[in-house]
Design a protein around this ligand. Sequence first.
Ligand SMILES: [Zn+2]
Length: 291
Amino acid sequence: MKTARLTFRLALFVFLASADPLAAQNNPAWTTSFPAFRIAGNLYYVGSQDLGSYLIATPSGLILINSSFETSVPLIRKSVESLGFHFNDIKVLLISHAHIDHCAGSAQIIHLTGAKYYVMAGDVSVVESGGRTDFQYSARKSQRYPPAHVDRVLHDGDTVSLGGTVLTAHLTAGHTKGTTTWTLDETENGRLLHVVIVGSPNVNPGYKLVGNKTYPQITADYKRGFRVLDELPCDVFLGAHGSYFDLIGKYARWKNGDKNAFIDAAGYKAYIADREQAFEKELQRQSKPKP
Ligand SMILES: [Zn+2]
């Protein structure tokens, strides 16, 4: 009984913490360092215990996905260097979406490395205003961060190429207006692997799906996003938070010699289906006429 209650409370905590940037201060996993490691091909994990940051190493320089919090930058730098790469070689900076836990460190990284910042159109004004134009959190000073200039505005289906590696930006909006799911292909032991880095399909606490004045198309965007996510071929399942794809559990298996631990097509499908169900349930709840 006690264990069940504890498990429930833990699950609730993980759900809330992984869905809501406001819970950042309460979730130590977001700022706890994690070993950097090679996932597949030229793709590496350089994030914290729960904030996913990814490094793609090409002969023409590095691509980094997600700058995370301002305080995450030294952790990311340490991870990049522990793999034998130079932080200054980051040429392109990308993000999963414009929330403080994924993009607050961008200005600092751009300042340190001279990297170019490529951001999906719907999130451009948010990152360039340091969170001031966010549809949900604009009034919350705790959700602000140093503004960063965007060098290239991305649209759905755009590709980012560097040194022979090509990433595709899929617009999977709703969570933010420019939430981006990144895909790329890697080859590992002669096997072609489709990699998906999920941007976030989650409905944060307080999000209005019905009658949202600052984001009128939010529900249509979520629905479209789920169609996109449903159709993406996925072998290697990754995301903006480690909790999406069980980073800790899979890394433990990886460390024990299972180099295929992150290959999880079924896990990807189950995660997207679960998040879609959660979205539909919340939409139903908000659509009920008030008594
Ligand atoms: Zn978010």
